[in-house]
Design a protein around this ligand. Structure first.
Ligand code: ADP
Length: 604
């Protein structure tokens, strides 16, 4: 990343920042640079890293062949150590820019940039011919979960976004769109504005730089009432691991005009096979857009005590299920509110361990939230009289918690983080969330994201796990309860200095501990980092691992050569199974002991 140059804008790059947010991007970048230390020298093997089962000479031959087929400009070999990791808006796509393990563990050998579905097919057929593992990314901003990195070192990353980034359709009557993988939430939002579709909103995650397709496939969430992206997608075009193309739902019916409005079509609903899986590469996806709310207003409540948690959650449940609380709203800690100012922890506290609560309270008192432990961010939608009806109920319920306060938005300065949440909940992608990474130098994050009922006792149990493991490993964590309709995701971000090997080890151990503790009590993750996929998949083991056995049968049938993202979501193809590729506590290497010969390999 260049320290001084402006962040690329959307007019310069499909993954750029909208001009309206350039000032925020440049501020975020300079804050990161202020806390940055030199990259630690990496102990890298000879580059490019050659995937196991392939000889260096065959790999070189294969790359020459691919360059011939899709153009040498569209293939880039990782033959030099990556210059740096970059940052959110200018991220490395050669490895996980927020590496919790040494970056070689998840490093690509090359990156290929297909320009069409036909070229994706070409690449997949090429991978089968040379038995080279490939790993698709749309934008590669899956930060906290592995970014752009492949699970198997030496895989060829298929960066779909660079050349396949068209908005194929926005239908202003049906409120739908059809997208290629390289369309970011920023780009979709800007296009909706440009076309003057004021009656339509998009749903955006905390940051808008991710691909709509990539985020939806990984089952990310946004913060309007349409928060569950996967639930509102309709229709996929997918290149299978053997190179055929299918369209799902109504897309299988030639000349249909309902691909983006009816997700199911006829027969088994196959879409689920392509989400968080390694069964195909999605080249087009349909998505519902939301009718713009006639009006809306954000609100914020603060609560004084850590021990208020179960009461708050039990109040939220019926309000959320009955849609009085209308969006995926968040309950966060005051510590995270301090961190999202972009200031490091050492500005507030230089001792070791968790920042003491009296320090947090004293600092929070200087912010609009005032002295508080928990902060609830929400939005109410609709005309004034309808909002008022809902807001009165919310107010009466939240005030049952002793010391609860509603912070009047009129008193909150315009540059406060509250207004960033306000934009996001109204479908306008923003760029402030990552500021809490600056809590530590070279700040990176990895997430523990269990799903639980919306019940006080579950929230308490999970929060206790977080606190215990945080203290055991001396980590910095920010837990946020994100409440869906009938469940909540607890997103626990662990922030660590990626240049400090001990901090990385502690963060990973902390995550592993939390996953195990939670699984013992029946809580499972909704999504996870590459390093944790085997462990998390292993917790979904009812009936002697019946689900994984089913996934493996599908994998072997669909991908006989095991070339498509081996190990993603803990699903290993036959060629890799039983050779120790799984990562776990005490075995943090991402590699195993070779691969078996592929089907028909002897004939090659
Ligand atoms: P984003 O930039 O939106 O966060 P990524 O491109 O980082 O998304 O991808 C998120 C996850 O989804 C990764 O595990 C990636 O392998 C998978 N993925 C992304 N795009 C595709 C695609 N087009 N087809 C199949 N899997 C994909």
């Amino acid at each position: 990343m260049s320290a001084s140059a402006d962040t690329p804008t959307l007019s310069e790059s499909h993954s750029g920042i909208p001009s309206r947010l350039l000032h925020k991007a440049n501020k975020a970048k300079s804050l990161i640079n202020d806390l940055r230390t030199e990259n630690v020298a990496q102990d890298l093997p000879q580059l490019p890293i050659i995937p196991q089962g392939v000889s260096r000479s065959n790999f070189n031959k294969a790359i020459a062949d691919l360059s011939e087929q899709i153009g040498s400009d569209n293939v880039s070999v990782v033959d030099k150590p990556p210059k740096d990791d970059g940052w959110y808006m200018e991220h490395a796509t050669t490895h996980d820019m927020m590496h919790v393990t040494p970056s070689r563990e998840f490093m690509a050998s090359a990156i290929a940039y297909p320009g069409s579905t036909a070229e994706v097919q070409t690449i997949v057929q090429w991978a089968n011919k040379y038995r080279i593992p490939i790993f698709p990314i749309s934008m590669g901003r899956n930060l906290g979960y592995g970014g752009a990195a492949p699970r198997v070192p030496g895989s060829v990353v298929i960066d779909l976004g660079r050349r396949m980034n068209k908005i194929l359709d926005i239908d202003p009557d049906d409120y739908t769109c059809l997208l290629e993988p390289g369309v970011s939430f920023y780009a979709l939002y800007e296009e909706v504005q440009k076309r003057g579709y004021k009656h339509m909103w998009i749903d955006t995650p905390d940051l808008g730089g991710g691909s709509v397709v990539g985020n939806t496939l990984d089952r990310g969430v946004g913060y309007t009432p349409y928060g569950d992206h996967w639930a509102v997608h309709s229709g996929l075009e997918v290149v299978l691991p053997t190179g055929e193309v299918i369209r799902t739902g109504m897309g299988a019916l030639p000349n249909n005009n309902t691909w983006q409005t009816f997700p199911y079509g006829f027969g088994p609903h196959t879409d689920g096979l392509f989400s968080q899986s390694n069964f195909g590469i999605v080249t087009k996806m349909g998505m519902a857009l939301m009718p713009a709310a006639p009006d809306h207003e954000s609100f914020m409540y603060t609560f004084q005590h850590e021990s208020d948690l179960p009461q708050i959650i039990d109040i939220i449940r019926p309000l959320r299920i009955s849609n009085i609380l209308e969006n995926v709203a968040q309950l966060r800690t005051a510590v995270q509110t301090l961190a999202v100012t972009g200031r490091p922890k050492t500005d507030f506290y230089t001792g070791s361990g968790r920042i003491p609560q009296d320090v947090v309270e004293a600092e929070a008192a200087k912010l609009p939230i005032g002295k508080a432990y928990w902060i609830y961010y929400g939005m109410s939608y609709g005309p004034k009289h309808i909002r008022q009806y809902k807001l009165d109920i919310i107010d009466a319920e939240f005030r049952k918690v002793s010391g609860a306060k509603r912070i009047d938005p009129a008193t909150i300065p315009k540059d406060n983080y509250f207004w960033s949440r306000d934009k996001i909940a109204a479908g306008e992608p923003d760029l402030e969330e990552l500021l809490w990474c600056n809590w530590v130098p070279n700040g990176s994050h990895i997430a523990f994201s269990p799903v639980s009922p919306i019940r006080g006792k579950d929230a308490t149990v999970l929060f206790e796990i977080c606190n215990r493991r945080q203290d055991q490993h001396g980590c910095e964590i920010f837990p946020a309860f994100c409440v869906g309709l009938r469940e909540m995701h607890l997103i626990v971000e662990c922030v660590f200095d990626k240049h400090d090997p001990e901090a990385c080890e502690a963060a990973l151990a902390c995550m592993r501990g939390m996953v195990d503790d939670a699984a013992k009590l029946g809580y499972g993750e909704y999504r996870t980092h590459l390093a944790l996929m085997d462990q998390v998949a292993g917790t979904y083991n009812w009936n002697d691992g019946a689900l994984m056995k089913f996934n493996e049968r599908l994998k072997d049938a669909l991908d006989p050569n095991g070339i498509m993202a081996p190990g993603k979501s803990g699903i290993w193809p036959a060629r890799y199974r039983g050779r120790g590729w799984e990562m776990r506590s005490g075995k943090e290497s991402s590699e195993g002991d070779g691969v078996a010969a592929a089907v028909g390999e002897a004939r090659l």
